[in-house]
Structures are given as structure tokens and as C-alpha cells.
Design a protein around this ligand. Structure first.
Ligand code: ATP
Ligand code: MG
Length: 432
């Protein structure tokens, strides 16, 4: 057993030795039974918070009103929650009223899905009144009780439902799916951040296509608070175009791919990601990739293909894009190109397979050949330029640095201080 399991065992045995019931519950049991890694362990107990606090010297009252105490044991934290029932979900998200109860089955009944409503004690016996173990074997997400009611109580459960089905590669029970369709408008009650967090887990998970296809079918997202300017068909089309999404390691590339397939410009994507409360870091990474796409597409359209000098002109424009948006974004765009079906590159003129691979390998080779990839690597600084030219720094300086960078990165100039200073003087109109 892991260090976490041993520490949790100590918490549970301490509670039972003090005359209370205590069990592992929820996600940890589900993941353990599935043979998936367990990232945290929640404990459910008949002890009320005051009793839990009295037993454990090191505890934090994280959510007393809801019965949750975080117990620190052997350097790990465990959420220990008193058996409770919930009622009166006026806002369709949080219960207005919780009541501590003495029967663990009552506590399991308030939980969202059968696979999340199993608990297990020190002896290893499962308490599973709603058939969670059977549903794990059937690989199905099923609400505890009446699905429509459960989604009406807490609308976030609808997205959790799709998220679990996607991440675990499960199906959704018929009644549960029907309940979701009936209650889908209630997603409007859920904070954008919560929706985005679930969506993130779908997109970052091992089977994003599964979740996206389900979201396309139920048209849930269009009912949320955040702008979602697509129909289920748009999303289904995008999901089909992004068949290779699961091969991308990074979450921001997955989002970039999806937004590309949803035909978003860099600017539209930027606004959307803001409205969806993505972190600034993620948003910028995604948008830079889409900017590279825009620069590259414009270059492909502007440069006459197959004409003398065409390839060289294209190479220079590609290098300009790499310098403007960064190597990481440029390589990110190439990894999207590599998994996009040919039809997604140009709907009008889908290129042949050989052209598709050249479309990725050629610009990748151009990046590899660049002698330097950013301003910080340039052998001359702005101050040195200003001094050599005897001028005050101003907007001209940035333009000159970019021109020198473009020239050295394209291989026209050596990245050497003397060479660059000479070129700067020439550009500035000085006598050589
Ligand atoms: P993971 O942590 O991997 O998302 P989890 O099942 O542990 O999975 P948590 O959100 O940590 O999910 O919740 C712990 C448990 O609390 C769940 O297993 C479930 O029993 C219950 N639960 C969580 N959210 C809800 C909800 N919105 N409605 C009903 N029960 C819930
Ligand atoms: Mg959890």
C-alpha cells in the first residue's frame, strides 16, 4: 500500500477506535477498483466535526458547516466528512441545508453517480447500495436515484457526468442521458469557472474526442453562461476534424487545435478564452499558435507557389513568423498541422498526402537551420546600437533590431557584433 493509503488507514482506525464509523469513499474507491492511480483519499465518518477535531490534534476546519475537516496525518491531508444529507438546492448548485445523519447509506445517496457512491472500510468490504461496482464493470455513468432530479439539484453534475464518461471512456446510462437532456438549460446557473474546469479535464484527458462528441450531441455548452457560438453540428464537425487531438501532449495545443477546427481567428479565440476564464498563460500560448497559423496561411496565399524564388520568399516569411510569435508557438502550429486531416488544411484545395508531410517537414527544417531564434541571442544590444550610431534610443531602435534579427535568422548576416554594427550603420545611411 502507498504512503497515502497507510496514512489514511491510520485516520480511519483512529476514528473507529474512538467508537465511530469511518470509510474510504468516492473517487479513491472508484479509481482503485479501476486500477487507476489514486490522487487523493476522502474519508466519510459518523463522527461529527467537533468529534473529529477532538481526536486529531492536527486538523483544519475546512468546511465545518458541511461537515468537512481536513486531518493532517503523516504529512498528508485528508478530507474527513461527516455523513450528511442535503436538501433545497435553490440555486441549482449548492444545497441550502445539510443535515448530519448516522447511516452511511444516507450519505452515499446524496452522491452524484453510482461509481462515486461506494465506500470501503479497514476490512476491505465494500458498501455499495447503488450498484456502483456493477456499473464500473459495465463501464457506465449512472446517477444515484432519479437523474432528472439530481441534475436539477446541481446542474454541474451534468458536466461531471460527461467528464467522467470522457476521462474513463465510459458510456452514459440511458435514463441519466435523458435526464441530462431534460435539464440541460440549468447549466445557466453554473459559474463559468466551474464549467471551464470540467471542460479542461475533458480536453486534457485521455479520450477528449469522446467527451467532445457527447457535448456535441447534448448541446449542453450552448446553455451555459459563457459565450458558445456553435451548434452541436459545428462541434461535431470540429471533433471529427480533430481526430488526432489525443496525441497532443500539451493542453494548450489541444485547445488551439479545437479553436482552429471551430474556425476561430486568433482575435476571436483570445476573446473567447478570456470570457471562459482561462489563465493568461494558457490563453497567450493558444493565441500565439493561432497567430502563427494566420501568418503562415497569409504567406502561403501571398507567395506564388512553384515560381522561381517562391520557396525562398516563403522561407523568409516563415522565419519572420517564428521570430514574431516564438519558436514554441511555431513548432506548436506544425504539430497541429501534422495531425490535421488534409481536408482541414484547405477545404478548397485539399493537398495530397505527400504535400501534407512536406508542409510540416519543410518549415520544421527551416526552424532547425535558423542560427538564432530570438532577440536575446543577437550579438548586439540596443544600447550598443544607439551608442555606435550616436543616437538616442527611440522607436527606430526596435525596428532596427527586428531587421537585424530577421537578417541574421535568415542567414543573410553573420551573428557577430562587428558585422551587425556595420550593417546598422549602413541601414542608418552612414558612410562605411
Ligand atoms: P476526481 O477527484 O478525480 O475528480 P472524485 O470522485 O474524487 O473524482 P470530487 O469532486 O473530488 O470527485 O468529489 C469527491 C466525491 O464527492 C465524489 O466521488 C462524489 O461522491 C461526491 N461529489 C462530488 N461532487 C458532487 C456533486 N456535485 N454532487 C454529488 N456528489 C458529489
Ligand atoms: Mg477527488
Amino acid at each position: 500500500p502507498s504512503a497515502m493509503a497507510l496514512a489514511a488507514e491510520n485516520v480511519i482506525s483512529e476514528l473507529t477506535q474512538n467508537g465511530h464509523e469511518a470509510f474510504w469513499v468516492g473517487g479513491c474507491i472508484r479509481d482503485e477498483l479501476l486500477g487507476r492511480p489514486v490522487h487523493d483519499m476522502d474519508i466519510t465518518t459518523s463522527a461529527v466535526p467537533e468529534e473529529v477535531i477532538a481526536i486529531f490534534a492536527r486538523s483544519i476546519p475546512t468546511g465545518l458547516a458541511h461537515g468537512t475537516v481536513t486531518v493532517l496525518q503523516d504529512g498528508q491531508g485528508f478530507e474527513v466528512t461527516t455523513y450528511r444529507t442535503e436538501s433545497g438546492y435553490v440555486d441549482h448548485r449548492r444545497p441550502d441545508h445539510v443535515e448530519f445523519v448516522s447511516d452511511v447509506k444516507e450519505d452515499l445517496r446524496r452522491r452524484d453517480f453510482t461509481i462515486n457512491a461506494i465506500c470501503c472500510g479497514l476490512g476491505g468490504d465494500l458498501i455499495d447500495p447503488f450498484g456502483g461496482e456493477k456499473d464500473l464493470a459495465l463501464r457506465v455513468i449512472r446517477c444515484v436515484g432519479d437523474a432528472e432530479e439530481r441534475f436539477d439539484e446541481d446542474a454541474l453534475r451534468m458536466l461531471r457526468c460527461v467528464r467522467f464518461a470522457s476521462v474513463l471512456d465510459f458510456s452514459i446510462a440511458k435514463n441519466t442521458w435523458r435526464g441530462l437532456l431534460r435539464q440541460r438549460d440549468k447549466l445557466a446557473h453554473i459559474a463559468v469557472e466551474r464549467v471551464r474546469a470540467e471542460l479542461d479535464r475533458i480536453v486534457e484527458g485521455p479520450h477528449p474526442r469522446r467527451g467532445l462528441a457527447m457535448l456535441a450531441r447534448c448541446e449542453l455548452l450552448a446553455r451555459g453562461k459563457a459565450p458558445f457560438p456553435w451548434t452541436g453540428t459545428d462541434l461535431a464537425t470540429a471533433a471529427a476534424l480533430t481526430a488526432g487531438i489525443g496525441e497532443l501532449e500539451s493542453a494548450h495545443l489541444r485547445w488551439a487545435l479545437l479553436l482552429h477546427a471551430l474556425k476561430q481567428s486568433a482575435k476571436e479565440a483570445d476573446e473567447l478564452l478570456r470570457a471562459w476564464t482561462f489563465s493568461g498563460t494558457t490563453r497567450i500560448c493558444v493565441v500565439q499558435v493561432l497567430r502563427v497559423r494566420e501568418a503562415w496561411t497569409a504567406a502561403l496565399e501571398a507567395v506564388p507557389q512553384g515560381e522561381p524564388g517562391g520557396t525562398e520568399a516563403l522561407r523568409r516569411q516563415w522565419i519572420a513568423a517564428v521570430l514574431a510569435f516564438g519558436v514554441e508557438a511555431a513548432e506548436g502550429w506544425l504539430s497541429l498541422l501534422a495531425i490535421l486531416p488534409a481536408a482541414a488544411l484547405s477545404a478548397a484545395h485539399p493537398p495530397a498526402d505527400s504535400e501534407v508531410s512536406a508542409a510540416v517537414t519543410t518549415p520544421a527544417a527551416w526552424i532547425a537551420q535558423m542560427p538564432l531564434k530570438s532577440l536575446s541571442e543577437l550579438a548586439v544590444t540596443g544600447n550598443e546600437l544607439a551608442e555606435a550610431l550616436g543616437k538616442r534610443p527611440g522607436p527606430w531602435l526596435g525596428d532596427m533590431l527586428s531587421a537585424l534579427l530577421q537578417a541574421t535568422a535568415s542567414g543573410d548576416l553573420l551573428n557577430n557584433k562587428q558585422v551587425l554594427l556595420l550593417e546598422a550603420k549602413r541601414m542608418d545611411g552612414h558612410e562605411l
